[in-house]
Design a protein around this ligand. Structure first.
Ligand code: HEM
Length: 143
């Protein structure tokens, strides 16, 4: 009887740690809802940028279709999705734009709006931000 109990305890521990491992290996890409959700977030983000005069100023001469494609790839790749990022590095792209800390935060607010509009749960929004916000050092203007 004791041996059966011990076996049951071991099996329970093994099973639950397998579950924990599986849960922690679920990518943010999957939690977001995969490629279609990322496309939706990027579409919403572009609309948000177009509505915001401060941020739009940076984009007024940009090729919007290139931005759509590259940002979608970038998010897909960095959240653990099956994409290759074919755009330029964050330093190279944002170099010379002189993006201020305040404007960077304003851009992040637009990304949050875009995620809300795509019905991304708060918990997953935070996971997204934890991936992308630390990249700020590569984009913000340092005199
Ligand atoms: C977490 C924040 C951000 C991420 C992950 C990000 C990512 C990207 C990516 C992937 C591209 C396309 C790269 C390519 O064409 O090769 C891009 C382009 C661009 N980004 Fe960002 N970006 C961020 C924040 C910002 C902010 C805050 C601004 C302005 C205030 C900005 C301004 C631009 C502009 C204007 C372009 C287009 C450049 C062009 O036309 O060549 N970005 N960004």
């Amino acid at each position: 009887m004791v041996a059966i109990m011990k076996t049951l305890v071991i099996l329970t521990v093994l099973f639950s740690s397998a579950c924990v491992n599986q849960m922690s290996s679920v990518s943010v890409y999957k939690e977001l809802g995969g490629y279609p959700k990322i496309e939706q977030i990027v579409d919403n983000f572009i609309i948000e940028i177009e509505k915001d005069p401060v941020i739009f100023e940076y984009f007024k001469e940009s090729d919007v279709e290139r931005f759509r494609t590259k940002l979608t790839e970038h998010i897909c790749f960095h959240t653990g999705g099956p994409c290759k990022y074919t755009g330029d590095t964050m330093e190279r792209v944002h170099d010379g734009m002189n993006i201020t800390e305040t404007d960077f935060n304003r851009g992040v607010d637009l990304l949050i709006n875009a995620m809300y509009q795509a019905d991304i749960p708060h918990r997953i929004q935070n996971k997204m931000l934890a991936i992308f916000v630390p990249m700020r050092e590569q984009m913000i203007y340092r005199p």
